[in-house]
Ligand binder design. Structure first.
Ligand code: DUC
Ligand code: ZN
Ligand code: ZN
Length: 476
């Protein structure tokens, strides 16, 4: 008779609040004990020299999402969650995209069917509201919030997705009533359209001009507008994928006024710049870096770092949005991608998020280990209603863990990754600190860069209300 199914022995346990040398005892997928010299276990993993941290929670990923006629996302749920597991993650939060003319419930059913039985780690969906009809706002959204889909994203740009100001306000009003958390893609539709049309009219169509078409000004303007709308309604707001100093300063202004404005940033905004979009002498290889908002300048990178160090940003997500480069349904289609306008927006990053932040942040002394855990796991769980089931190493929490070697040096290369894309934007990027073993609800799902878990182990997690959203409840 053993005391535990699994024991992680001798590691340095790091949480968002503390660090301690302790064993972790696991029964039936949950943590049941933390301490020195725990009893016998059916299996013991020796974690001597390793850090034992809550598995990464990536609260912003796109998987098998409809991306336009003739475009196919490079990952399905099996490949995306396998890659995520190898990158030290135990939960990912993809989006259910509502297409105009389709009901929200139907959209949820469709995405859920793609995920069911195919995931290596747990998933929990956000909703994207593209068609806020009276039925969606009055019936479907409230019912879905009750079913555990407690956050939704709205877009201020893109022809097929944009919500105009009145629609944004109406969605926020429903979010307030239902205590859901609104996430916003803050880039201004009209100003981007204006820029694209004028760049194209002067023959400036290479991928690099994607970045010129959506300068920080359009992000700053939309960020301020979204904050103003949220203030008017009296609802908390999460501003995702913040890329620029200008947008960040709007968020800091709001936070200093006491508004409930939360912010997320991503690896691309601390490691890439608009120069990467030039490719090799302005050729199509720049398309590998086309994402929105685009990477900016070194000055912006330094500002984003200050935001990470000082708490402006609560979450660090990948915004994994993978397309193959050398594929007609991806970035490189000579017939269809005649201008940057037609290059699918998004880059892969689900497997590289944690090593990049660890290496650039913890190894280089900019972030404490505890801050790393908060930014990559615990804060995601807290903001999106997954805590304390996820994002913690505590008695009663799911045994979702990553065993991390803080000294291991690796070079990021496409051929060691598991995503469905055919490239990584970080080819040749050197890191110190690497995930060795990923454990999802007590099962080892990835080890030594290999998937060892079972497809179907991961399931959908219905979430509770976001505490920040439920505190703000009132009559809008
Ligand atoms: N927004 C995202 O969140 N991801 C990829 C592209 C985009 O516009
Ligand atoms: Zn977005
Ligand atoms: Zn995204």
């Amino acid at each position: 008779m053993t005391d535990y199914d699994l024991k992680i022995a001798g590691g340095e346990v790091i949480t968002a609040a503390d660090r301690m040398h302790a064993d972790v005892g696991i029964v039936a997928g949950r943590i049941v004990a933390l301490g020195a010299d725990l009893g016998e276990a059916a299996r013991t993993i020796d974690a001597e020299g390793l850090w034992v941290m809550p598995g990464g929670i990536d609260s912003h990923v796109h998987i098998a999402q409809y991306s336009g006629e003739g475009i196919v996302m490079a990952d399905d749920f099996a490949s995306a969650t396998a890659a995520a597991a190898c990158g030290g993650n135990t939960t990912v939060m993809p989006f259910v995209l509502q297409r105009r003319g389709t009901g929200l419930r139907q959209s949820v059913t469709d995405y859920q069917a793609l995920a069911d039985g195919n995931c290596h780690i747990d998933v929990s969906f956000h909703l994207i509201i593209a068609d806020p009809t009276p039925a969606v706002l009055g019936q479907e959204l409230p019912a879905l919030v009750k079913d555990g889909y407690t956050s939704f994203k709205v877009f201020m740009t893109y022809d097929d997705l944009v919500l105009h100001d009145r629609e944004l306000l109406e969605v926020m009003r429903v979010a307030k009533r239902e205590q859901a958390l609104v996430m916003v893609h803050a880039e201004g539709y009209d100003s981007i359209r204006f820029m694209i049309d004028h760049l194209e009219a002067t023959g400036q169509t290479e991928p690099y001009f994607h970045s010129e078409s959506r300068p920080d000004i359009v992000e700053r303007e939309a960020t301020h507008r979204a904050i103003s709308h949220a203030q008017l309604v009296g609802v908390p707001l999460m501003i995702v994928h913040v890329s620029s100093q200008a947008a960040m300063e709007q968020i800091q202004w709001a936070q200093a006024k006491g508004l409930e404005v939360y912010a997320e940033t991503c690896p691309q905004y601390i490691t890439l710049t608009a120069e990467d979009l030039r490719g090799l002498n302005m050729d199509m290889t720049g398309a590998k870096y086309v994402c929105s908002p685009p990477p900016r300048t070194k000055t912006d990178q330094a500002a984003i770092w200050r935001g990470l160090e000082t708490g402006t940003f609560k979450t660090f997500s990948s915004d994994h949005c993978p397309f193959r480069y050398d594929a007609v349904d991806g970035k490189l289609n000579p017939q269809a991608r005649t201008s940057f306008r037609w290059v699918p927006n998004g880059i892969p990053g689900i497997e590289t998020r944690l090593p990049i932040l660890f290496s650039e942040g913890v190894t280089k002394g900019r972030l404490s280990p505890e801050a790393f855990v908060a930014l990559t796991s615990t804060n995601h769980a807290k903001l999106y209603g997954l805590h304390p089931k996820k994002g913690s190493i505590a008695v009663g929490s799911d045994a979702d863990l990553v065993l991390w070697d803080p000294t291991r040096k690796e070079t990021i290369r496409q051929d060691i990754l598991h995503h469905g894309a055919d490239y990584t934007p970080w080819e040749g990027f050197e890191v110190t600190g690497w995930p060795m073993i990923t454990i999802s609800r007590g099962e080892v799902v990835a080890e030594g860069g290999r998937v060892v878990g079972r497809k179907g182990h991961g399931g959908h997690v219905a979430r509770g209300l976001s505490p920040v959203a439920s505190q703000a409840r009132g009559d809008a």
